[in-house]
Design a protein around this ligand. Structure first.
Ligand code: SAM
Length: 294
């Protein structure tokens, strides 16, 4: 069932509100209604949020905006939880996109949950999901790991971990490192792995392209303008090997009759696959089966 935008706010609840990542038209009517209706808004940068509210003609009561950023979050969260307990309705926003996604808010939401307060999502823009949705890369399984490390050695280690990673990987990247990151990516994952660069999503100079990594690095270098702005990198997962699939099939059969450790050991012996990942998979499959039967 769908609810109308004007459905009322709940006293004592925290609303986690996504805001635009570039195009103001992406602030949803519901987000506007919630930001208009709450008693207080916790914002990553109050000046930035004031501008957004002013654009939409949303007025907050005096003291209605409180700064909540990486350096004060735990301290501010305590006071906000007390306000929620007193029946205030609060919203959380960051500078752009979905709060908590490489943005502040985790301490507040965690504390609200621990205090038993209701927490509601007002979903909207998120650069990672926007980039994934237009990348043309597999979306059935993906991982997001925030910003790529700033130093080359750490970045290469992050790419090393993707060598056998079957899921599509999404990373945020900052302007001045994109070329070096692509160099590291090609050096570690090779020139053939397909990669999408999504730049300045929803903004005037939005651009996105998906190419094999080597060709993408050349494309990036061709025009200095392509190095400007905000970026998301979406990296194709490693192809699954046929023998991995066979090992999983055998493991599933054995698991129907045997405990996880014996099933994993036998599946490894039968197929020649490594035992440890099979054991981890067996535990997961056994756990899934247990929760399905509950
Ligand atoms: N919370 C945000 C979200 O939901 O996407 C992310 C905040 S994080 C501090 C900022 C990073 O997100 C940027 O450095 C960039 O990697 C990515 N990003 C944000 N807006 C973007 C846009 N319009 N186009 C491409 N990437 C963007």
């Amino acid at each position: 069932m769908t609810l109308p935008v004007e459905a009322g706010l709940e006293a004592g609840a925290l609303y986690v509100v996504a805001t635009p990542i570039g195009n103001l038209g992406d602030l949803s009517p519901r987000a506007q209604a919630v930001l208009s209706g709450v008693q207080r808004i916790a914002a990553e940068d109050t000046r930035n949020t004031s501008g957004l509210l002013a654009h939409f003609g949303i007025r907050t009561p005096p003291g209605g905006l409180v700064a909540l950023h990486d350096h004060n979050e735990s301290k501010v969260a305590d006071g906000l939880i007390a306000e929620l307990a007193g029946g205030a309705t609060l919203a959380l926003v960051s500078d752009a996109g979905t709060p908590l996604i490489s943005d502040p808010g985790y301490a507040l939401v965690r504390a609200a949950r621990l205090a038993g307060r209701p927490v509601y999502a007002v979903p909207g823009p998120c650069a990672a999901i926007a980039a994934l949705s237009i990348s043309g890369l597999a979306t059935d399984r993906f991982m997001f790991a925030g910003f790529l490390p700033a130093r080359s050695a750490a970045r290469r280690a992050a790419f090393e971990a993707l060598k056998d990673e079957p899921r599509t990987a999404i990373w945020y990247e900052s302007t001045h490192r994109i070329e070096d990151s692509l160099d590291d990516l090609v050096a570690v994952l090779g020139p053939e792995r397909r990669v999408c660069i999504a730049r300045e999503l929803t903004k005037r100079f939005e651009q996105s392209i998906t190419l094999p990594a080597g060709a993408l690095r050349d494309w990036q270098r061709d025009d200095p303008n392509r190095g400007r702005g905000e970026f998301v990198l979406v990296i194709e997962g490693a192809p699954e090997r046929a023998d991995d699939r066979e090992a999983e099939r055998v493991l599933r059969l054995l698991l129907a009759e045997l405990p996880a450790s014996r099933a994993a050991r036998l599946a490894a012996e039968i197929t020649g696959a490594a035992k440890k990942p099979l054991y981890q998979l067996a535990l997961k499959l056994a756990g899934d089966a247990e929760s399905e039967s509950e």
